[in-house]
Design a protein around this ligand. Sequence first.
Ligand code: ZN
Length: 138
Amino acid sequence: MMSCAICNQSEGEIVWGDNTMRVVLLDHPDYKGYCRVELVNHIKEMSDLDEILQFKIMHCVFKVEAVLRKVFNPEKVNLASLGNKTPHIHWHVIPRFKEDPHFPNSHWGEKLREGLHKSISLEEKKVLIKFLNQSLSQ
Ligand SMILES: [Zn+2]
């Protein structure tokens, strides 16, 4: 699967992981804290996983959502799993802000404004990693 962007880890920085999944922080200034929860193995559908792994990945998604709310206080968190272009299980966990370029549209939808382009600071990244470790590593 050399052409798979997720197998190749071509984007972002791993901020938490174990032998089955990882949390990747995407560098996206309009959606500060945008994370992706990625399964390590190249598997296409959630229903291909055994129940334990299904629950484990959803648990991870919900923990990431909670941490992003705590650190960035977004207006809303969007959860999305599509994988049409990259059929390798991954969940987008997207903090949304009233002033982001697409709100209230999907962040893949029509752009409504310029946005603030505020990248995550080193301090915020440290806090994010600390909270992820506290809630996911036990
Ligand atoms: Zn893959």
